[in-house]
Write a protein that binds this ligand. Structure first.
Ligand code: ASP
Ligand code: MG
Length: 405
């Protein structure tokens, strides 16, 4: 007998029929003699419409009340799921995050899980129940309802799997697994059988949104092996785990395109110590996250000036510009320019550590496509380039076919 944690995302529980479909699948897993814990998201669209509703009654709703509101999304799903299981003769009990012993810090709308006391869950499982836990929520030690940030149901599932020492953690979603590229852009993309945590993290950071980033970090930290698979089919999905030797044989595991970036350039910045520090400190204080940074060589040895470019998330562009304009008197750059028509193309693979010529091959492929590279950044297992957004899809296909066929 195994203890299995299964997480079903918003689309998988998007309407009554889909909830019944999940109930049948859970019943089948249980019929295999296993103990099943089910973590569910809010039905698709519910969290978004609750947020929209809140914005209609108040410009800046208090975050404590946002959490009280948003937690109802998942609470709806757990009750419906338990009912659907009862209806087909499977004993099931729903638990809110608090009832499942999920204790968080007090940072409303993006709380961190501090600990989980799985006693009640174990007791209910041992009594023969399927236990249904609301994703995305917990409570502070003082009993305040909190939520874990968008996509937080993934985190609930991974953290519960760790706390329960589950034998298996399955993340059911509306795709068959993790792909070598977004199949909507690259028709020849393939589902991966396995991927290393670090590759998954780099791909997620590069715009491939299969799962919440933080939940993959937590899985890595606690060594939770999990499978991403579809709730609509019975195909095996993608196993996400610590890297193994054999994973290094594959140079590039996947490619990704992030169209949600914009570029800012400070033109004619004095090239002396402290300028970059002040610039990026100011951005950090405005909670703007910066991705690729490039500083050019400077000219004119007497009073050297340089250009400093970096990318931010597109929705942060206006705010970032304001922050930078505010530094003008202090830093004394000539002007700031911005460009929204860019995207970031990345190739990711742990095999890059032990293979040479990977970047060269990527750049040759782009050159052959007539794609100009604006910025480059690398990590041990990733090469990213910033290019024109109009060429993004074509460049992604070319690079995918160069490395992954
Ligand atoms: N319902 C929450 C959201 O939409 C959490 C989740 O679905 O994982 O972000
Ligand atoms: Mg989700």
């Amino acid at each position: 007998m195994a203890l299995i944690v299964q997480k079903y995302g918003g689309t998988s529980v998007g309407d009554a029929d889909r909830i019944k479909n999940v109930a049948r699948r859970v019943a089948e897993s249980r019929a295999g003699g296993h103990q099943i814990v089910v973590v569910v998201s809010a039905m698709s669209g519910v969290t978004d419409s609750l947020i929209a509703l809140a914005k209609k009654v108040a410009d800046t709703p208090p975050e404590r009340e946002m959490d009280v509101l948003l937690a109802t999304g998942e609470q709806t799903t757990i009750a419906l799921m338990a009912m659907a299981l009862h209806a087909i003769g499977v004993p099931a009990v729903s638990l809110t995050g608090a009832q499942a012993g999920i204790v968080t810090d007090g940072v409303h709308t993006k709380a961190k899980i501090k600990n989980i006391t799985p006693k009640e869950t174990h007791r209910l499982l041992d009594a023969g129940n399927v236990v249904i836990v609301a994703g995305f929520q917990g409570q502070t030690p003082a009993g305040q309802i909190t939520t874990l940030g968008r996509g937080g149901s993934d985190l609930t599932a991974i953290a519960l799997a760790a706390a329960l020492q589950a034998d298996l953690c399955q993340i059911y979603t509306d795709v068959e697994g993790v792909y070598t590229a977004d199949p909507r852009i690259v028709p020849s993309a393939r589902k991966l059988d396995e991927i290393a945590y670090d590759e998954m993290l780099e791909l997620a950071g590069s715009g491939a949104k299969v799962m919440q980033l933080r939940s993959v970090e937590i899985a890595k930290k606690f060594g939770v092996v999990f499978e991403v698979r579809s709730s609509m089919s019975n195909q095996p999905g993608t196993i996400v785990k610590e890297e193994t030797r054999s994973m290094e044989d594959i140079v590039v595991r996947g490619v990704a395109l992030d169209k949600n970036q914009a570029k800012l350039t400070l033109v004619g910045v004095p090239d002396r110590p402290g300028i970059a520090a002040r610039t990026f400190r100011a951005l950090a204080e405005a909670a703007i996250s910066v991705d690729v940074i490039v500083q050019n060589v400077s000219h004119a040895a007497a009073a050297p000036l340089t250009d400093l470019s970096f990318t931010v998330d597109k929705p942060d562009l206006a705010k970032a510009r304001l922050v930078i304009e505010g530094l003008k008197a202090d830093i004394g750059f000539q002007e700031v320019t911005s460009d929204e028509s860019i995207c970031k193309l990345s190739i990711v693979g742990v095999g890059m550590r032990s293979h040479v010529g990977v970047a060269a091959r990527m750049f040759e492929t782009l050159a052959a496509e007539g794609v100009n590279i604006g910025m480059i950044s690398t990590s041990e297992i990733k090469v990213s380039v910033v290019i024109d957004i109009a060429q993004g899809d074509r460049a992604l296909r070319a690079v995918h076919s160069a490395f992954l066929g």
